[in-house]
Design a protein around this ligand. Structure first.
Ligand code: HEM
Length: 666
């Protein structure tokens, strides 16, 4: 059927070329043959012949033929109107029809590479200039004072970012190298932006050759000029919720598969499944406990309950996904020296019963989950009090709806605004997505699982409550620094320390094995090389390694490892690019993160038009969030807002932020 319609479209196209070509040839011949002194008519004749060249170029598949023909027609119309003064139907309209007749064929014609590259350069310059305007403080301040203009520009910025690449649904997944019904619907397989690579992955350099591109070379690590440690803490927590490569080692295809719900659903807090959520909730609650998650008081503060009771996981938490890396702790307890076994046993005993298998990985992720747990329970208490007739279930679900939406607001308004190099503050305006063509079902891609691995952001040491910890094995899965420090001080501490700089040769020793695993995962999933993703993003092509990194040593290492710029692995290329000025991320990562953040966060079901919109009657309760919840959402735009609601002395809270205090634009 598709073949038939393509055939008939081509037939119509050729017929159009012939008919219009013949008419133009005839009219051109008449005009050109005009007598002496009729220079204008001769010129018209020449224009007609040039128009025929345009038609020839189109017939050969070139889109620029259309623009040539259109330029000719515009010139002819101008001559008729302004010089010959014999316009309208017979002449002018005819020339408009000559161009308009080809409009429907335009998408099937090719843009020559040189023209396309010129277009990219020009559009890039225009885009940069427009975004440059959004870096002028007084202009941005003025825009912020005019809410409708602010909302309008906000939507333009979001749409520009999301529309950099084609919209979902993705054509391919990791299931099969061709499109099939299950590859389009079975979300246990990861989606992919680009189809599998034709490159034989075994010909690519071994990780040993790439190690110098990731490992730190000097004693001093490079620190990020913009980000505090709160930034990687939040990034890690956020991604742990939906970038979830399968971990079942017995599955041969696990690296192509995932256990994600493909939404920001806060599964690290609530669990991935209904049964897990149930295990985390207070059972048979009294009136004041309705809708709450289980918690305990440690060191005078609210935390999740511990997962273990002695040597075993508490039966009530048997359904939770086990913390990743738990087997390493078990092994150390079984095989380590008595001293090691004792300290690891204590560490295991302090693992929290969290919804997510990665929320215990480092104290930073436990810190954010603890904050959200407190916020959930606080909201549940307030909602329960305002609605004495509501059952446990309704209180729980309403609190969960509010927490998820507040979290998304923090993602856009705190986290994405930290990442963005621009002065303009983006707002989490769900309306931007309601009628957008990119508002399609979410599906995490295999590329996303790699490009979000920001391990170089982790510094060699992190200080909690005055004690400095090396970020090595003993630090991982250790909740003691958080419990001892307390939540308020923990957030202040993370906000007072610089993150590492994301980029080449800056990963701490203990995480180099993760970089190795990442390169292996990219190859197992047969990702296309970095250069193909530049093309996908409509960037300018690269010819040499110095087009990836301006650091001659990095370019040299790339050259030594790969030789050919067109074979550089996606994962290696994206982390070797230069960091974007005024942003914490390299260029391609920045683009992917921004476009996925909006196209995945703003398309959350809780933000959809009929779920999110408040009732028209200002006195009515909001059906999804309750009136109280609606006000809480409006009042939350940053992690600091959430911390202030959930610590003992919010008035004495110090600086909490992802951007370093006193950061100056570069
Ligand atoms: C000290 C802190 C961290 C530790 C110990 C850690 C550890 C790990 C480990 C062991 C893996 C699995 C690697 C593999 O076998 O494929 C991983 C994957 C990953 N990490 Fe980290 N990481 C840390 C920080 C971060 C940060 C700051 C980010 C920033 C967003 C991040 C994002 C990711 C992502 C997106 C993945 C892939 C997840 C998946 O596909 O399932 N990590 N990390």
């Amino acid at each position: 059927m598709a073949q038939n319609s393509a055939l008939s479209r081509q037939t119509v196209f050729i017929a159009t070329c012939l008919i219009i070509g013949l008419i133009m040839a005839y009219r051109g011949y008449i005009y050109f043959g005009a007598g002496p002194g009729e220079g204008v008519l001769k010129l018209l004749g020449v224009l007609h012949f040039v128009g025929i060249i345009g038609i020839f170029v189109m017939a050969g598949g070139g889109r620029h033929g259309f623009w040539l023909l259109s330029a000719v027609n515009i010139a002819a119309v101008a001559l008729f109107i302004f010089v010959i003064e014999d316009a309208w139907l017979r002449n002018t309209l005819l020339h408009i029809i000559f161009s308009a007749a080809f409009l429907s064929h335009l998408p099937y014609l090719n843009v020559p590479r040189s023209v396309e590259l010129m277009r990219r350069k020009l559009l890039g310059k225009i885009g940069d200039a427009a975004m440059g305007l959004l870096n002028i403080p007084w202009l941005v301040g003025l825009i912020a004072k005019i809410p409708p203009l602010d909302a309008f520009i906000n939507r333009i910025v979001i749409n520009r970012i999301v529309n950099q690449v084609r919209n979902r649904p993705h054509v391919f997944s990791t299931k099969t190298p061709y499109t099939s019904w299950s590859s389009l619907t079975d979300t246990r397989w990861s989606a992919r932006h680009l189809e599998a690579s034709p490159i034989d992955q075994t010909t690519l350099p071994a990780f040993e050759k790439l190690r110098p591109l990731f490992a730190r070379t000097e004693d001093t690590q490079r620190m990020c000029p913009k980000s505090t440690c709160l930034f990687p803490s939040f990034a890690q927590y956020l991604t742990d919720g939906f970038i979830r490569t399968a971990t079942d080692e017995t599955s041969p295809d696990r690296l192509k598969m995932n256990t994600s719900n493909h939404n920001i659903d806060l599964c690290p807090l609530y669990g991935r499944t209904e049964a897990q959520t149930h295990a985390l909730r207070v059972h048979n609650p009294g009136p004041a406990e309705r809708g709450k998650l289980k918690s305990q008081i440690e060191n005078g503060e609210e935390f999740a309950p511990f997962l273990f009771d002695g040597d075993a996981i508490k039966p009530e938490f048997a359904l939770l996904d086990k913390p990743l890396g738990l087997e390493n702790l078990d092994k150390a307890i079984a095989n380590g020296t008595p001293e090691v076994a004792k300290s690891v046993h204590e560490k295991r005993g302090r693992l929290f019963a969290f919804g997510g298998d990665r929320a215990n990985s480092v104290p930073q992720t436990a810190m954010i989950n603890t904050l959200l747990l407190r916020e959930h329970n606080r909201l549940a208490g307030e909602i329960g009090e305002r609605n004495p007739g509501w059952e446990d279930e309704q209180v729980f679900e309403t609190a969960r709806n509010i927490v998820i939406v507040q979290f998304i607001k923090v993602v856009v308004e705190d986290y994405i605004n930290h990442i963005a190099p621009s002065e303009f503050r983006i707002k989490a305006d769900p309306k931007a997505a309601w009628h957008a063509k990119w508002n399609r079902t979410n599906w995490i891609t295999t590329e996303f699982s790699l490009l979000y691995r920001w391990h170089a952001l982790i510094p060699d040491e992190i200080t909690w409550g005055g004690t400095t910890h090396q970020t090595n094995r003993s630090y991982f899965m250790n909740n003691q620094p958080l419990i001892q420090t307390g939540l308020a001080q923990a957030f202040e501490d993370m906000s007072a320390q610089k993150a590492g700089e994301l980029g080449p040769r800056n990963t701490t020793e203990a995480l180099l094995n993760v970089e190795e695993a990442s390169v292996a995962q990219g190859r197992f999933c047969e990702l296309r090389p970095f250069s193909d993703y530049l093309e996908y993003m409509r960037r300018l092509p690269i010819e040499k390694m110095s087009d990836i990194s301006s650091d001659p040593e990095v370019a040299g290492l790339l050259q030594e490892a790969y030789g050919d710029v067109e074979t550089v692995d996606f994962f290696v290329g994206i982390f070797c690019e230069d960091r974007v000025k005024n942003a914490p991320l390299p260029s391609m990562i920045l683009s992917f993160v921004a476009l996925d953040a909006f196209s995945q966060a703003l398309t959350n079901p809780l933000l959809s038009e009929h779920v999110f919109k408040p009732p028209t009657d200002p006195e009515a309760d909001h059906p999804t969030f309750s009136r109280y919840g609606w006000e809480q959402i409006a009042a939350c735009g940053s992690l600091r807002d959430l911390v202030a609601r959930n610590v003992a002395n919010p008035g004495s809270l110090g600086f909490i932020g992802m951007t370093q205090q006193g950061w100056q634009r570069e």
